[in-house]
Write a protein that binds this ligand. Structure first.
Ligand SMILES: [Zn+2]
Length: 442
């Protein structure tokens, strides 16, 4: 493969606190040279992408997605899911273990890794179960899972109801230095719930899920983290109350990190009224007040990262009556553009948004995967190039994901991923971008 020069871009690399015009040279899967302003690269034979007017940043890292394989290949496969990830600008994805069989043993983790190596478009980092079969009764063999290379533990989709078991998991996480990713839901309170509990659910005659269902488990697990010194990572934070609990725990030195999803940061429960099952997601879309609190949390770093919770389902499943349709939004291919809405509205600054998609998630997996989430010379060439102002309309028929389930279908978004480079190779390119050869091979 010829070296690739990305020239004339605006390079934003929060990990190095950089935001400057410049150029990057990629060779042998690595970033081998970074030049500022009009500097020219040290060699003359390469392919070129002219990134004038575009932003060049590290490839996005998503630590929460559902690739559905093994077991639910009708919804998504590692092949289709990682192609969708590439289209969304993601070069590394952490996949949740609620597959069938679940990732509660070495063999299944190795199967996912081997499938990803053979058929995947981007890097796949498996997350192992906390409990055997995700039943919440006894711990999975976390030592075996850690040795097999999982980046975290989670029973995502289900909470760990059993407090002593969560305590044990956190004790273990302290010794293996991997986070426990916590799906916070008091399922006795949320049982039968279809959407956020409030005026909208009452008006629609749907059973609601109160904010308290999330806050109670967040509070409990922050206390268990304090008790054990174990690392808790709060998945898909949605309530103002949870943000406040996490903020106070951080002030007291509790070992906690947290994520929020693009849909919870940008959409309210009202979407259920207009978009039906496309907006059915767990935890549910909340209110304008919760969104304000999440954004504040993002800006003061209470919320460390943004993760998609990409959750593809088949059209047949989502076309059922509301009560029967599964929870989830197919998020990879709209995540970044919908987040750019926050930047265009002035709610979040662009540099901070990119940090939450690159340098910050890189810190969380840094122990096992150092050198990701940066454009420093010598690092792996995972690069995303986007146009902050390009408008486009979401057309789910063009999704690489098998999951067309999004309330954003037909919406016009502003901000578009133009090129995704994984390990030095172009894995997604918008039709508008040309790669030109120069030099001898010209
Ligand atoms: Zn979850």
């Amino acid at each position: 493969m010829k070296p690739l020069l990305i020239k004339n871009g605006r390079i934003i690399d929060p990990g190095q606190k950089l935001d400057e015009p410049g150029s990057l040279l990629i060779d042998g899967g690595k970033i081998v040279w970074v030049g500022w302003g009009k500097e020219s690269p040290p060699q003359t034979d390469y392919d070129v992408i002219d990134a004038k007017g575009l932003i060049v940043c590290p490839g996005f890292i998503d630590l929460h997605c559902h690739l559905r394989q093994p077991g639910f290949e009708e919804k998504e496969t590692i092949a289709t899911g990682t192609r969708a990830a590439a289209r969304g600008g993601f070069t590394t994805v952490g996949c949740m273990p609620n597959t069938e069989p679940p990732l509660d043993n070495k063999k299944t983790v190795e199967l996912v890794k081997a499938t990803a190596a053979a058929e995947g478009t981007v890097r796949v980092l498996p997350i192992g179960c906390i409990s055997r079969r995700r039943k919440g009764q006894e711990l999975a063999d976390m030592g075996e899972l850690a040795a097999a290379g999982v980046i975290a533990f989670s029973d995502d989709g289900e909470p760990v109801k059993n407090s002593p078991l969560m305590r044990q998991a956190l004790e273990y996480s302290r010794s293996c230095k991997l986070p426990v990713i916590d799906h916070c839901e008091d399922t006795d309170l949320s049982r039968g719930g279809q959407m956020n509990e409030g005026e909208t659910s009452a008006g629609l005659g749907l059973r609601g899920i109160p904010n308290a269902a999330e806050d109670i488990i967040v509070a409990r697990d922050l206390l268990l983290s304090k008790l054990t010194g174990g690392w808790i990572h709060i998945a898909h934070t949605t309530t103002g109350g949870a943000v406040e609990l996490i903020r106070r725990a951080k002030e007291k030195g509790v070992r906690v990190t947290a994520e929020a999803t693009p849909h919870h940061l940008t959409l309210t429960e009202k979407m259920v009224k207009s978009h039906g099952t496309g907006a059915k997601v767990n935890p549910p879309l909340r209110t304008e007040r919760d969104i304000k609190a999440l954004i504040k949390g993002l800006n003061d770093n209470t919320i460390d990262i943004i993760a998609t919770d990409h959750a593809p389902h088949t059209e047949a499943e989502k076309h059922q009556p509301f009560e029967l349709a599964p929870f989830g939004i197919s998020g990879f291919e709209t995540a970044f553009a919908s987040l750019m809405g926050l930047v265009h509205r002035g709610d979040v600054n662009l540099f901070n948004l990119i940090a939450k998609l690159t340098a910050e998630p890189a810190k969380i997996i840094g122990r096992s995967y150092g050198g990701l989430g940066t454009l420093a010379t010598g690092s792996t060439a995972d690069v995303t190039i986007f146009d902050p102002d390009r408008e486009w309309t979401v057309d789910t028929s063009k999704f690489a994901s098998k999951g067309k389930n999004t309330p954003l279908a037909g919406e016009k978004l502003k901000g578009k991923v133009m090129v995704t480079i994984y390990g030095g190779k172009i894995v997604y390119k918008d039709e508008g971008i040309k790669v030109k050869g120069v030099g001898k091979g010209g």
